[in-house]
Design a protein. Structure first.
Length: 156
């Protein structure tokens, strides 16, 4: 799979590691889908949002200790609930290559949000953040940094 070699200017982070609070997205149309946003595939096949199967968006970063610590629970939940997981980061390709050079358990689908479009669209403020999309690609739960607070998705 070819990867983009373009450099992206990094704007100061609006979220930080170690935050452990549920954060609600700003008031938006929660029925709107997110399928039209462009992400750059880094690893694995990206799930088809809105194709009938729920997708769990996992916003993370290579420097985030809490993000790495939650991965086993995340993968167990995905197996239990039959969810596809899409790990989304704005990390550079070089950082990702260093991160994945070490064998580790991690979601198979990883994408880069180069312009931080999706981060801005859904209102991510802390890492890790989870957003559950139903089978139609609509937001099915509030943003949360706690997996256990995710609602059970609807496939319809």
């Amino acid at each position: 799979m070819g990867r983009s070699r373009s450099r992206v200017a990094r704007v100061g982070r609006r979220y930080g590691p170690g935050a452990d609070a549920v954060c609600e997205a700003p008031k938006r149309d929660r029925s709107a889908g997110v399928a039209e946003l462009e992400l750059v595939a880094y690893r694995g096949e990206l799930p088809k949002v809105g194709a009938g199967k729920p997708v769990l968006l996992f916003f993370w970063a290579t420097w985030c200790k809490a993000c790495k610590a939650v991965v086993p629970e995340l993968l167990a939940m995905a197996r239990e609930r039959n969810l596809e997981v899409l790990a989304i980061t704005d990390d550079s390709e070089a950082n990702l290559e260093r991160f994945f050079a070490v064998p580790r358990e991690f979601p198979s689908a990883v994408a880069r949000d180069l312009g931080r479009q999706l981060v801005a669209r859904v209102g991510v403020r802390v890492l890790p953040t989870f957003v559950l999309l139903d089978g139609q690609g609509r937001v099915a739960s509030p943003l949360t940094s706690r997996l256990r607070e995710l609602a059970t998705p609807s496939n319809e």
